[in-house]
Ligand binder design. Sequence first.
Ligand SMILES: Nc1ncnc2c1ncn2[C@@H]1O[C@H](COP(=O)(O)OP(=O)(O)OP(=O)(O)O)[C@@H](O)[C@H]1O
Length: 294
Amino acid sequence: MIKTRFIFNPRSGHNAKNPHLLERARAFIRERSLDADVVLTERPRHATELARRAVIDGCGLVVAIGGDGTLNEVAAGLVGTSAVFGLIPCGSGNGLGRHLGIPGPGKGAFRTLVEGRVRVIDTGEVNGIPFFNAMGIGFDAEIADRFNHLTRRGLASYVRTTLGTLFHYKPQTYLIRNGVASLETPAFILTVANSDQYGNDCYIAPGASVDDGLLDLTVIKRANAFNAAPLAARLFLKKIDGSSSVSRMRGNHFTIERAAPGLIHTDGETHQAAASLDITVRPRSLRIMVPATS
Ligand SMILES: Nc1ncnc2c1ncn2[C@@H]1O[C@H](COP(=O)(O)OP(=O)(O)OP(=O)(O)O)[C@@H](O)[C@H]1O
């Protein structure tokens, strides 16, 4: 039997509102007679330490119960190891979970942990900071920062925050290289994605695959009163490639130069970073449990 550890973030939005998932995890362990326990995070970044500790303790499956921030922190402790990452996605966007077909906690996420199969996926790093779904700069990072400070979150608050920031944000110019081509462009949004979506079925990188050894860079050059609504529609319809405001590149390594240091986000968590960004893929570096059918 695989030794398993659940890492529960009591502060992620869903868990703070619905702490029953902690009891649900404990009941699941009892019902299935698993060799497993549950630990709680006590502070930001603690989940990475707990995941590393779980590997040292011989756990073959380490499960995050939380949102994208918890996913990022737990997976950061597992990347490059043979331990399998399990995800009970309960954040506001769940981009990687949706891409991989991992259901929510009420729809079979726990069952997937014992009845699913292992997929081996790529992960990314920007200036040494790991990301699993997407990283971004520009408006993208600005929104992530504002969104993280909200108490009520979800698609509706995301849309409100986005619209509130949209017309004040001034795009910067970036020099992007992927080793083959270079692109100097103003960018309103600049995202490097592993999966095809941010979350909530908002497709920033249609066609992206998590196990092709490549990352997908999308630039949205401008957003204004005229193109914002059509662009938003394209994002949800997987049709951004038809927009004249969008450029895309694919690669296993990108450098991005900007005028000054500033915000970036990794899976929705924001950080201050240098003006130069070095972004690489770590091919097939994370083992993750997905439904047998996906
Ligand atoms: N015990 C804790 N006290 C305070 N913060 C914590 C604790 N444990 C984890 N965190 C932090 O909570 C933050 C939010 O977690 P997470 O992203 O999983 O939830 P969320 O923000 O509700 O989800 P999403 O980002 O998908 O909307 C993370 O940045 C993490 O570092």
